[in-house]
Design a protein around this ligand. Structure first.
Ligand code: FES
Ligand SMILES: [Fe+2]
Length: 372
């Protein structure tokens, strides 16, 4: 049975290319009527495992052998062929189900440890040791895979709906990354991207006071960009340092791809920070979030040796600390209930509507696949 992508429609949804100026001005004493309608989709509209790009892990993990992991409700194996190609396949062999992650790489294939069947990066079996004819069912699901910045990314569908994204208008080759950090949150995956649209929480959780209206646009059918100016008002040494180095205001911009990759740019007057948050659904109520901090590579070799590592370390530290309040609260549990959203949550409601409308996925298998 093929499983269609979910494409629900909701009132108030926005379409590709629309640019909206938020009504969420700083509010002062303004009180909005509770009777104002806030439309947000029910939780059932969100798939458990959205169709999107995900990091599999570090490329060096598969330098010498295949590696399998439990991801998105199934077991996947990644391997690098002798020719350097990256493959990501279902890990359980189509013969008797052995884990290909326990096998080895043989030329341009991964070899099953049980009876030595071999599969290419396209998932097709190319060799059966006994010389038997290869049956049509001797194939693994294969996933589009890309290596970038020393990480392996895969798309959980038969074809990528869009290329592996990066920061708007930026060339990945101009950037280097820091060591990723991770956190397991007890909340649905779709609350991760909503955090950037939760304008109320920035003051309480991050000491950032909203300083103007939010801007929202949808550059592509699968991405949504939200940005807003904030004043850095905290009294901690980190915020004082941030004001000294960067300036008193910051324009935060988040480009969200399918709710699973959030490219965050913080534009200060004198500097700019780049962070990627990837979220990997662990089920209906928990998600693993990985933070990856980037800096622009120095143009001179001395800078690459001396400045870039320090720059990366500092940015990683500050961004991780910036996210700490969210992470600590979400690690203790957050819930999604559209009926509890108030008019002041309208930015979040709009985000949920967009996400449910544009993100397909599944509750077990992989969307778009025909079950063998
Ligand atoms: S289980 Fe993989 S070849 Fe038999
Ligand atoms: Fe936050």
């Amino acid at each position: 049975m093929s499983e269609p992508l979910k494409q629900p429609q909701f009132p108030g949804s926005i379409s590709t290319g629309d640019t909206l100026q938020s009504t969420s001005q700083p509010r002062g004493s303004e009180t909005r009527a509770l009777s104002e309608a806030v439309h947000a989709p029910p939780a059932e509209r969100f798939p458990t495992y959205p169709t999107a790009w995900y990091p599999f892990g570090q490329a060096r993990e598969i330098r010498h052998r295949p590696v399998s992991k439990d991801l998105l409700g199934r077991r996947l194996v990644a391997f690098r062929t002798a020719g350097g190609q990256i493959g990501v396949l279902d890990a359980h062999c189509s013969h008797l189900g052995a884990d290909l992650g326990r096998g080895c790489v043989a030329g341009d294939t991964v070899q099953c440890p049980f009876h030595n069947w071999r599969y290419g990066v396209d998932g097709l079996c190319s060799h059966i040791y006994t010389g038997d004819l290869i049956p049509p069912a001797a194939r693994q699901r294969s996933y589009p895979a890309v290596e970038r910045h020393g990480l392996v990314f895969f798309f959980n569908g038969p074809e990528a709906l869009y290329p592996l994204p990066f920061f708007d208008g930026a060339d990945p080759d101009d950037f280097i990354r820091a060591r990723p950090f991770g956190m397991t949150l007890r909340c649905p995956w779709w609350l991760v991207g909503a955090n950037a649209c939760d304008l109320q929480h920035f003051l309480g959780a991050h000491d950032r006071r909203l300083a103007g209206p939010a801007q929202v646009s949808c550059p592509t059918p699968y991405s949504r960009r939200a940005s807003a100016p904030f004043a850095v008002v905290g009294a901690s040494w980190r915020d004082r340092f941030t004001r000294w180095v960067g300036g008193p205001e910051v324009e935060l911009s988040v480009t969200d791809w399918s709710g699973t990759m959030l490219f965050v740019t913080a534009r200060f007057r004198r500097t700019r920070s780049y962070g990627l948050l990837t979220s990997l659904s662990l089920g209906r109520d928990s998600v693993f979030v990985r933070g990856i901090v980037f800096v622009k590579r120095s143009r001179f070799s001395l800078g690459r040796w001396l400045l870039d590592p320090v720059n990366l370390w500092l940015r990683r530290y500050f961004i991780k600390e910036f996210l700490r309040p969210d992470a600590e609260l979400a690690a203790r549990g957050l819930r999604y209930d559209p009926d509890r959203l108030l008019p002041c949550d309208d930015e979040m409601a709009s985000y949920f509507t967009w996400l449910a409308q544009t993100t397909g996925g599944s509750d077990g298998g992989i969307a778009g696949w025909t079950e063998a």
